[in-house]
Design a protein around this ligand. Structure first.
Ligand SMILES: [Ca+2]
Ligand SMILES: [Ca+2]
Length: 284
């Protein structure tokens, strides 16, 4: 043990410090020589670690607000974009709704105009039919002269081939219908079903007029289409099917064409050119 050289009574502070240092040195003396340096190193290490922790804490204090600012900025931008998107969607919805309402109004206007046009068309059609009817006059031997053609509505009933043969014997043939006006004229004259000059006798489903014109060539056809459509080549009554066309059926549908068994006996319509007429360039 060391002997104090400073009087403790005269210098009490120094005495305490010396006592503390003595205590440390005494403890170091008790420690194994190998552990003493480690202990000092450990003290040094602990001191450095604390310093580093403090430094990190300071860094965190400095850096955290920066990251917070960045995150806040990003969040602000995201919110701004979201708000912008919502505004754009709102405007788009308003514009689309406005367009939809406008289109609806236009549609109603067009529908109204279409109805007016249909009404006008019906009036014109009626006037035209009247005009055609007025222009058609009874000619000799029961033939009706109408716009360059002569028509004969036969009240006797024959099968399709015999009907055609009868017409041919009169210098005519079964009627060919090549326009809506002609169709309307014929419809206005009949009260029962009549044979017309249309058949698919040569090739099933390929309908040809007696003058060899096809339906594509004439450009018009008036097959029944309300309910079971015609032609249907129905084979219940005649197993060979239905290969001849008539205007009207037995149920009173006189405005349409039906295919029927050629063996049926029906009234028929003959047609031939009216050579005495001066009307040129008619569609009838
Ligand atoms: Ca047929
Ligand atoms: Ca039929």
């Amino acid at each position: 043990m060391r002997t104090d050289t400073v009087d403790s009574k005269q210098h009490p502070q120094h005495h305490k410090q010396f006592n503390k240092m003595d205590s440390i040195y005494e403890n170091l003396d008790y420690m194994p020589s190998t552990t003493a340096p480690d202990f000092r190193c450990s003290l040094y290490k602990d001191f450095s670690f604390e310093e580093r922790e403090q430094e990190r804490e300071r860094e965190r204090e400095v850096t955290s607000p920066k990251w917070s600012k960045v995150l806040l900025t990003l969040l602000s931008f995201s919110l701004a974009f979201a708000l912008g998107g919502l505004c754009a969607l709102g405007m788009l919805y308003v514009n689309t709704r406005s367009d939809f309402i406008s289109a609806k109004e236009k549609n109603s206007t067009i529908t109204r105009e279409l109805e007016e046009l249909k009404t006008n068309c019906t009036r014109v059609k009626e006037s035209l039919s009247l005009s055609v009817a007025q222009s058609c006059n009874l000619s000799v031997d029961g033939w009706i002269a109408c716009r360059g053609k002569l028509y004969l509505f036969n009240s006797g009933k024959l099968n399709w081939s015999s009907s055609r043969a009868f017409c041919v014997s009169k210098g005519a043939d079964l009627v060919t219908i090549t326009s809506l006006t002609e169709q309307d004229f014929l419809v206005s004259k009949i009260k029962q079903t009549h044979w017309i000059g249309l058949s698919d006798l040569e090739t099933e489903g390929h309908w040809v007029w007696v003058n060899n014109q096809t339906l594509n060539e004439t450009g018009v056809q008036f097959w029944f289409s309300e309910g079971p459509t015609e032609p249907d080549n129905w084979k219940k009554q005649d197993p060979s099917g239905e290969d001849c066309a008539s205007l009207g059926d037995s149920n009173g549908n006189f405005q349409s064409w039906f295919d029927a068994s050629c063996k049926q006996k029906k009234k028929f319509i003959c047609e031939k050119k009216n050579v005495s007429t001066s009307i040129i360039g008619t569609n009838l």
